[in-house]
Design a protein around this ligand. Structure first.
Ligand code: FAD
Length: 381
């Protein structure tokens, strides 16, 4: 009998399983419904031998030293720093919007004038949210805010979420930063990179302890059942602990209706040229049905005479058809989530972890941080 069962071999499940096996020296069973490790962080070589990220570009970035130090025990890094351009008014300009973007899109005198105002108001090197800038009384700053909103944000958001920005939780709009500097990097965290030997090897290293057994192509429902707040494993009461990283509504058979997600369709193309575009990702806020094109060789630093790109087309999530990528940040969804959470809290030996169980978008660093935090709690239990 296992001491712990972890549902899901994504980043959340893998980190907690690693801690349980290596620190507590307890046996863990991981059940994973896909046929690979790593969840949405997974990478693989395509048929041309080019390393791609199966579920879109994953760049690790964090300011949390604890998280960086932890993951660095299982991988070396390639020190990649992500650069994104936005295809706006037929030019490719740096994103997030910064002072270079301003100069690329506005006539020189106007750009200079607004740059001075931005620096005076907010100080060089700072980050301002688009919402804050839109609320500013200064008509020139408001003009810039509206310009960025229209050209960079509005159509991208409509494509990404399938709804207008106003219909989303304000936290989404508030997040979009404008950088008052000439730093063209997409992320500004202290620690950044992609595993030097790829994500697959990182996950293999995380899960290498013999105390961890992994059952792929196995769903929660195949081996576990919940009845009267008790968990059954292969039809027998399970007294160990279960860490669940799947969708919380699926766990309870969609009793309070399904939670809404946004999904993505990835179109991978290989081109017989060394490089397809100048940087890792180009966003297309206003043209085409896809939102962005990523060229993986920029991220992985792989040398190859061909190159593979992916185009990302947002679409509605449909059960058993595609993958639930992004929880939709709307109040009505959080209300349904709370009902599920209340139910989950009644089960003493059940612990929820990760983006699906928490119904919350997390970057990888927060996923690791939460897993390490949960591990400390479980240890005491
Ligand atoms: C397109 C895209 C790009 C991203 N880019 C970045 C980035 O650049 N940087 C960054 O920091 N973060 C990025 N992220 C976020 C990152 O993917 C997540 O933080 C991370 O993958 C979450 O890990 P997780 O284990 O919580 O969830 P998941 O990766 O979804 O793992 C959950 C696992 O559980 C399995 N599972 C689910 N239900 C069941 C069940 N019932 N039974 C058995 N198994 C089950 C799933 O198959 C999956 O393998 C990106 C996300 C997306 C969608």
């Amino acid at each position: 009998m296992f001491d712990f069962i972890v549902v899901g071999a994504g980043l959340s499940g893998s980190v907690i399983a690693e801690r349980i096996a290596n620190d507590l020296e307890k046996e863990v069973l991981i059940v994973e419904k896909r046929n690979h490790l790593g969840g949405n962080c997974a990478d693989c070589y395509d048929k041309n031998g080019i390393l791609i990220h199966k579920y879109g570009p994953h760049i690790f970035h964090t300011n949390i030293k604890l998280v960086w130090d932890y993951l660095s025990k299982f991988t070396e890094w390639n020190n990649y720093e992500h650069h994104v351009l936005g295809h706006i008014e037929n030019k490719n300009v740096p994103l997030p919007f910064n002072l270079n973007t301003l100069h690329d899109l506005l006539p020189p005198k106007e750009a200079e004038y607004i740059e001075k105002k931005l620096i005076n108001e907010f100080e060089f090197g700072s980050k301002v949210s688009i919402l804050e800038l839109r609320r500013n009384d200064d008509k020139d700053l408001k003009f810039v805010a509206d310009f960025i909103y229209e050209k960079v944000f509005l159509n991208y958001t409509k494509k990404q979420w399938g709804i207008k920005p106003e219909e989303l939780d304000p936290s989404v709009t508030e997040r979009l930063p404008i950088i008052i500097s000439n730093d063209n990097r997409y992320f500004h965290d202290k620690y950044q990179g992609i595993p030097k030997e790829g994500y697959h090897n990182l996950f293999k290293n995380l899960l290498s302890n013999n105390l961890i057994q992994i059952s792929q192509k196995t769903s929660f429902n195949d081996v576990l059942k919940i009845k009267n707040n008790e968990i059954f494993f292969n039809a027998k009461p399970f007294k160990g602990k279960v860490i669940y990283t799947g969708m919380i509504d699926e766990l309870f058979n969609y009793e309070y209706s399904t939670l809404k997600y946004r999904s993505l369709k990835f179109i991978f193309e290989t081109h017989p040229i060394e490089y397809y575009q100048k940087v890792g990702t180009i966003n297309y806020p206003n043209d085409y049905e896809f939102t962005r094109i990523t060229e993986y060789k920029h991220l992985t630093l792989q040398k190859h005479d061909k190159t593979t790109i992916s185009k990302e087309i947002p679409e509605e999530y449909e059960k058993n058809k595609n993958i639930p990528y992004y929880p939709i940040p709307k109040n009505e969804n959080y209300e349904i989530y709370k009902k599920y959470l209340k139910k989950a809290n009644k089960i003493e030996n059940l612990f929820l972890l990760g983006r699906l169980a928490d119904y919350k978008y997390y970057n990888m660093d927060m996923v690791i941080f939460n897993a390490l935090k949960l591990f400390e709690k479980i240890k005491e239990f």
